[in-house]
Design a protein around this ligand. Structure first.
Ligand code: SF4
Length: 74
């Protein structure tokens, strides 16, 4: 699987779920709001493999719908 990940920071409620569950991809930007880590490629980064599958799962769990995960390849 290959996915493009981003965070709609206007929707994020700083619940911490994504960066607690998948710290390889997401982090707290400093005030609790999530961001895609710079070393992953930042907003709009394309990730693949097992970590992409995890990101797709976690985007379903985000309570505010702020995790945008676009599937590029199944
Ligand atoms: S799971 Fe959603 S609401 Fe919670 S910190 Fe991540 S992007 Fe924000």
């Amino acid at each position: 699987m290959k996915v493009k990940v981003s965070v709609d920071q206007d929707l994020c409620t700083a619940c911490a779920l994504c960066y607690d569950e998948l710290p390889e991809v997401y982090e707290d930007r400093g005030d609790g709001i999530a961001k895609v880590k710079d070393d992953v490629g930042g907003d709009g980064a394309v990730i693949e493999g097992e970590i992409a599958e995890r990101a797709a799962e976690i985007s379903e769990e985000c309570p505010s719908g702020a995790l945008v995960t676009e599937i590029i390849e199944e």
